[in-house]
Design a protein around this ligand. Structure first.
Ligand SMILES: *Cc1c(COP(=O)(O)O)cnc(C)c1O
Length: 391
């Protein structure tokens, strides 16, 4: 169930804000402090015993960060949440906290780069193995399961081909075998998909993208049960020291105020841009999860209440040269990684491929990913048109 609009407005504008305690200011203070003062030894002792129970030191809890935490947990429909300095840190802490030497992980194939590196480069050194599966079919999870499988890693949709997993089915399978599940929900945000309601244990999203919304800060969100959050806080969060700092948390609170309005606008613009792309003779494929042509359209409609921003497409006769020329001809789309900000972006897959390795017969090498930001739709369409019209 998507959040009710009234509930969403309450979470964004009021929840966790205690304005009477800070001069009735509308915007909360940035509590830019490293440490907190105690008058009684007994109180200090209590803080040492349970650092998640109060303010001791800003590597742990901080009041500005707490406002953000409470809002983000409510958006996810979770008991609690931790906010990290970036999304990759949230993934790393969540996985690390839930596996031990000898365990086995099932991950969707081609997960976010730094998730894959966590599995392949770091955890592999400690005797933790990972099997990558085509996550579109629940049978592949069942087939990959081993007696020592303790963690399932999902990303639905992913941010290039938008492949989905049947979330409820995977969650049910995992529960049956005491396996912890995590989903990277960055594409949808909790406004368009609420995995905790579908039975997933840990919902992760990068806050760098839509929540920040202005390409000026990083952040990562991890939501789940109190028990999971406390476990992760007491170990990985405090020990690695990758918690978000007060000023960045404040920027994310600011970003949240306009999140629904921005997503709405981006959703409409994305629709117009897709329409244009599909009508242009030089465009071959257009991939978008809520387009009727998408191979998992029915599942997308069932699990997601919206989609926006990212579109992947190919141009006919997509060679390294033609793709390069097209991308470099754009005047308003900026060529950059990331997405979710005010500015529209373009990212060709071939930028990550050495020219000698480019395979013109491999459609994936030809992918171009576009992100539609907050500009006027016509401004973007005109830019695409002029770049496509240059042969
Ligand atoms: C950007 C991104 C992340 C990581 O977020 P950072 O804040 O950049 O660390 C994770 N998953 C997906 C799908 C992303 O696009």
């Amino acid at each position: 169930m998507p959040l009710q609009p009234t509930e969403l407005s309450y979470i964004i504008n009021e929840l966790a804000e205690d304005r009477e305690h800070y001069f009735n200011a509308v915007a909360p203070p940035i509590v830019q402090t490293s440490n907190f003062v105690f008058k009684k030894v007994a109180d200090l002792r209590k803080a040492f015993e349970d650092e998640m129970g109060g303010y001791l030191y800003s590597r742990g809890l901080n009041p500005t960060v707490d406002i953000l935490r409470k809002k983000l947990a409510a958006l996810d429909g979770a008991e609690d949440c931790l906010v990290f300095n970036n999304g990759a840190a949230a993934i790393f802490a969540a996985v690390l906290a839930n596996v031990k030497s000898g365990d086995h992980i099932i991950s969707v194939r081609n997960p976010y780069t730094w998730a894959q590196r966590t599995f392949d480069v770091i955890l592999s050194r400690f005797g933790i193995t990972t099997t990558y599966v085509d996550g579109r079919d629940i049978k592949n999870f069942e087939a990959a399961r081993q007696p020592n499988t303790t963690f399932i890693y999902l990303e639905s949709p992913n941010s290039w081909t938008f492949e989905l997993q049947p979330i409820k089915q995977v969650a049910a399978l995992a529960k049956q075998h005491n396996i912890i599940t995590l989903i990277d929900n960055s594409y949808c945000t909790p406004l368009y998909q609420r995995p905790i309601e579908m039975g997933i244990d840990l919902a992760m999203q990068t806050a760098t993208k839509y929540i920040g919304g202005h390409s000026d800060t990083l952040g990562g969100v991890l939501s789940g049960s109190h028990q999971q959050m406390k476990k992760i806080f007491d170990r990985e969060y405090l020990n690695v020291g990758s918690g978000i700092q007060p000023f960045n948390a404040w920027l994310l609170i600011r970003g949240l105020r306009t999140l629904p309005a921005r997503l709405q606008r981006i959703t409409n613009t994305t629709r117009e841009v897709i329409q244009f792309l599909k009508s242009h003779p030089r465009i071959d494929q257009v991939i978008f999860p809520l387009d009727e042509s998408f191979s998992q359209y029915a599942l997308a409609k069932e699990q997601m209440s919206g989609a926006c921003g990212l579109i992947t497409f190919t141009i006919k006769d997509g060679t390294m040269e033609s793709i390069t020329k097209f991308c470099e001809s754009l005047k308003h789309f900026m060529m950059a990684v990331s997405w979710g900000g005010h500015e529209s972006l373009i990212l060709p897959k071939c930028a990550g491929i050495q020219p000698a390795d480019f395979d013109a017969n491999n459609i994936q090498h030809q992918y171009i990913r576009l992100y539609t930001g907050l500009e006027e739709p016509q401004y973007l369409v005109n830019d695409l048109q002029q770049a496509l019209n240059r042969e």
